[in-house]
Write a protein that binds this ligand. Structure first.
Ligand code: FE2
Length: 357
């Protein structure tokens, strides 16, 4: 089944929010460095920190427990939107940790408007919110937290620094390729993902040059990736990054980026993957290698610029002795691994982690 539950609007954030004619009290969630003013709206402003935990949700809720809000307006990156989505369903009786897992949220009465300022998570259209809990990145999965509206304004993404631009864009690419290489994919999701990946390859250099055309392409890639994983789900890359990201305090986008090339190599002989290269008219592994080399992001030992200052690789964060443990923790994530098009063993996961070191 392929569906899009969110109304997706492209345009300037101020004008489009005004067009929504929002009534009543609103909760405005933004990142720590953002300030937005909307003259006609009655908003309480809550600043959100990155990589939220269950404890953080209780702290945020304490600040708004007496605020009777009708809608939540989230303007920010994935963490801001994820927190806003959770706060839209939390009441004073909610045990936040009990929301983790599939379909644990039972209702929602507040409208959610999500406005991404980064192009990665696709949270503006997904049924997911990621929270740190018990030293793992865990996911709230529910149709009740899918935003009602996503407003896409590329001007908001113009100020992202280069490293964030790269990591979040690769996160969006990962959503598209993981959904594409899922055994539960379907023709419409395939088309969706092929378009998402095309926008990535066409726009990544422009986005890294901070051109507005590139920001727009990456936002489209991110929205398409979000639609893909909400219809299907991610798989190996995210299963790995949820373990490593929680244990090593690596940002979500970078953690995915560290595993992407090993994942592509794992699928290099798969017919659907080979055909994807023809559809996109690009040698996917070669082009990805070029992007990593150009922007000093490497994850294979055979790349020459390993010692360059900005180069990031998994071994910067993980010791060889930890590979087995990470593979075991990843292997436990049956929700994600069970949908891999190509079945994977624990030993193969260890090899993929080893490749990324
Ligand atoms: Fe992601």
């Amino acid at each position: 089944m392929f569906s899009v539950k969110t109304k997706i609007i492209f345009g300037g954030v101020e004008e489009e929010i005004s067009n929504l004619n929002l009534k009543g009290n609103g909760l405005l969630c933004t990142g720590r460095h953002h300030n937005f003013e909307f003259a006609d709206l009655n908003l309480y402003h809550l600043k959100i920190s990155p990589e939220p935990s269950v404890e953080n949700i209780y702290e945020y809720f304490d600040k708004i427990r007496d605020l009777n809000f009708d809608y939540v307006l989230a303007i920010g990156g994935g963490s801001v939107m994820d927190v806003a989505k959770i706060l839209s369903v939390v009441t004073k009786d909610t045990k936040v940790e009990n929301l983790i897992g599939s379909d644990k949220v039972k209702s929602r009465t507040k409208t959610i408007i999500a406005v991404p300022t980064t192009h990665g998570s696709g949270s503006e259209v997904t049924k997911y919110a990621v929270l740190k809990f018990q030293n793992l990145k865990q996911t709230v999965v529910s149709d009740f937290i899918v935003p009602d509206y996503a407003l896409i304004d590329e001007n908001l993404a113009m100020s992202q620094p280069k490293d964030l631009t790269l990591y979040t864009s690769i996160d969006a690419f990962c959503h598209n390729i993981e959904a594409y290489l899922s055994k539960i994919s379907d023709p419409l999701t395939d088309l969706n993902c092929e378009s998402g990946m095309k926008f990535f390859f066409d726009g990544i250099d422009e986005a890294m040059d901070n051109k507005i055309s590139g920001r727009r392409k990456m936002l489209i890639c991110s929205v398409l990736g979000g639609i893909a994983i909400t219809n299907l789900r991610t798989n190996l890359i995210h299963a790995l990054s949820h373990v490593v990201g929680a244990e090593k305090e690596i940002s979500h986008g970078l953690a995915n980026a560290l595993f992407l090339r090993s994942y592509l190599k794992f699928y290099k002989d798969d017919e659907k993957f080979k055909n994807l290269g023809k559809i996109l008219n690009v040698d996917i592994i070669k082009r990805t290698d070029e992007i990593y080399e150009k922007y000093n992001l490497t994850s294979f030992g055979d790349v020459q610029n390993k010692s360059e200052h900005n180069t990031k690789r998994l071994s910067d964060f993980v010791a060889q002795s930890e590979i087995k443990h990470i593979a075991e923790m990843t292997y436990e994530n049956k929700r994600l691994l069970s949908v891999m098009k190509k079945k994977i063993s624990k030993v193969e996961i260890e090899r993929i982690i080893g490749d990324a070191m």
